[in-house]
Design a protein around this ligand. Structure first.
Ligand code: GFB
Length: 315
């Protein structure tokens, strides 16, 4: 178990994952949690990050910062996705090493695996085949992050671990239709249709791709669990082990948000990876399983949207 009174740095505390980690640390009795806003610290700037670590000296680091987005953002902004992420991981891991950080958890993504990986995807599938083209820039940066942690562990004995979460959603998600992931995008689209009295809701692609969805509060809980109980060279998958088609997801969201709506598939938009479901055996053998089922998760995330997005909810 890591020391609850030790200083913990959450890199990326304002994002979907970071804000969930902040809630989990507060609930877990962590008494010394430190953060830095983008204005205070540019995580892509090695000199600034090194100086910050020398001054603040966090004992533990949860590296959950990054430039993230859905299929469209990944395919249209490849330079930002590869540069920002490679820099952020490089600076923070190196500074943590220099400052003698006791343990660091680096968060990757299930898109690190080959497009045609065997399903459910085990950790061993990494680097066994070509990546999905819509997100290869982000995936390459995330793979570099895993290798970075392994390299520091091998050369310096650093206790740096990597976790690979599946597709995430929850409070503080991005509901912008050009950069969001599918789940918040569809909540917003069904909601917008309901508010405008419309029934047609556009779903990108064919609806046949399969995805696995994990509530971000479950991920945050898994991160703390792994900080307490996992210390290995290999990355570890974090998911539910269950997937559904995008059509089934859209139907579930429709039933919760706007039951009268009709699904219209825009097949000019990309499908991306045909299927992406993680094998979570390694995680479950450490004694962790998720708690929030998809229906509950969608319902509470929609409520969060209604409570927090007066700007977007058409009132
Ligand atoms: O969530 P998403 O953008 O990312 O898309 P990926 C998942 C699937 O939902 C794709 C479809 O087949 C989309 O075509 N989809 C349907 C939609 N309607 C929509 C919509 O309105 N918005 C969006 N965004 N999708 C991402 C990667 O891949 O997964 C990232 O690009 C990251 O690198 C993330 O790894 C977890 O699951 O395809």
């Amino acid at each position: 178990m890591i020391d609850r009174s030790g200083r913990v740095f959450v890199a990326g505390h304002g994002g979907l994952v970071g804000s969930a980690v902040m809630r989990r640390l507060a609930d877990g009795g962590f008494s010394d949690v430190v953060t830095a806003t983008r204005a205070e610290l540019d995580l892509r700037d090695q000199a600034a990050v090194t100086a910050w670590f020398e001054r603040v000296r966090p004992e533990y680091v949860l590296l959950v910062a990054g430039t993230v987005g859905g299929i469209m953002a990944n395919s249209t902004r490849p330079a930002e996705f590869i540069y920002d992420n490679m820099m952020i991981h490089g600076t923070v891991v190196h500074a943590a090493h220099l400052a003698g950080t006791r343990k660091l958890l680096y968060l990757g993504s299930s898109c690190i695996y080959p497009r045609d990986a065997s399903q459910p995807i085990t950790e061993e599938e990494l680097l066994t085949g070509p990546l999905e083209p819509t997100n290869e820039w982000y995936a390459i940066a995330k793979i570099a992050g895993i290798k970075l942690c392994q390299a520091y562990r091998r050369q310096y004995g650093s206790d740096f671990i990597s976790a690979m979460p599946t597709n995430l959603y929850g409070p503080n998600d991005n509901f912008d239709l050009t950069s969001s992931h599918v789940l918040p995008a569809l909540i917003r689209k069904f909601h917008d249709a309901k508010m405008s009295g419309g029934t047609a809701v556009e779903i990108w692609g064919t609806g046949t791709p399969m995805r696995e969805f994990l509530h971000v509060d479950d991920l945050a809980d898994a991160c703390v669990h792994l900080m307490d109980h996992y210390s290995d060279d290999s990355h570890i998958n974090v998911g539910t082990g269950t997937d559904i088609t995008i059509k089934e997801l859209a139907e579930q969201i429709r039933d919760i948000v706007h039951p009268d709506a009709k699904l219209v598939f825009d097949t000019t938009k990309p499908d991306g990876t045909p299927r992406k479901v993680l094998n979570t055996t390694r995680l479950t053998t450490t004694g962790w399983t998720p708690r929030i089922d998809l229906t509950t998760g969608i319902t509470t995330t929609y409520q969060w949207f209604l409570d927090n997005h007066a700007d977007l909810r058409g009132v």
